[in-house]
Write a protein that binds this ligand. Structure first.
Ligand SMILES: [Zn+2]
Ligand SMILES: [Zn+2]
Length: 205
């Protein structure tokens, strides 16, 4: 007899303790999704549906940050309230997605930006060197990614996490002692985190 609600991970029938994936449209056991009892409560009654581990991952099994950013972009089009709801869901996904990258330290063979180096020298920062990053609209994230991991591979993840962090910690960031200076560069906080949901687009964040 075929199992009507077979969990797509263990293939056993789903009777209790299960959650529905809105992408592959199948039921899965909480335990097969690494969701413990306390977390399962977070998922009941959330306005947006669940997305299973396979459906939110790249082929290599890592979290698909580009897809996550697209989800946020779609939500942002429906307004800030919907974006916040979407960020709540992504925050639950990120619980099992800690930042695990190894920090890069040897920049001696990196390409430098010679024009920027002239400015650095001019302002007496000649002990520093400006590294090159791709100016494709993702430049702030490309630059931070280069500083952290030595290349631009973390850029999409940074854009995604930036939006999530800015929404989840808005009050804390607005009260930060350096915020009055940040306003000079980034005058509209809400616009900045919405910009983070648009890959390849300029963000003053
Ligand atoms: Zn299962
Ligand atoms: Zn799925």
């Amino acid at each position: 007899m075929s199992k009507k609600y077979a969990c797509s991970v263990c293939l056993e029938n789903c009777k209790t303790g299960c959650i529905y994936c809105e992408i592959c449209q199948s039921w899965l056991h909480y335990s097969c999704q690494n969701i413990d009892k306390a977390e399962s409560k977070d998922w009941t009654g959330t306005p947006l549906g669940y997305i299973c581990i396979v459906c939110r991952s790249c082929d290599d099994g890592s979290f698909d940050f580009l897809m996550g950013t697209e989800r946020l972009k779609k939500a942002a089009k429906l307004g800030l309230k919907m974006l916040k709801i979407a960020v709540n869901r992504e925050t639950l996904f990120l619980k099992s997605q800690p930042v695990e990258n190894t920090l890069h330290s040897d920049f001696s063979s990196h390409k430098q930006d010679h024009v920027a180096n002239i400015f650095l020298n001019h302002y007496h920062a000649n002990t520093k060197a400006a590294l090159r990053s791709t100016g494709d609209g993702d430049c702030p994230f490309n630059a931070i990614s280069t500083c952290l991991v030595g290349d631009e591979s973390m850029s999409v993840e940074l854009r995604f996490r930036c939006c999530v962090e800015m929404i989840n910690n808005k009050n804390k960031i607005l009260r930060h002692k350096l915020y009055p200076r940040l306003v000079l560069i980034s005058p509209d906080y809400d616009k900045d985190y919405v910009d983070c949901t648009k890959p390849g687009s300029y963000s003053s964040v």
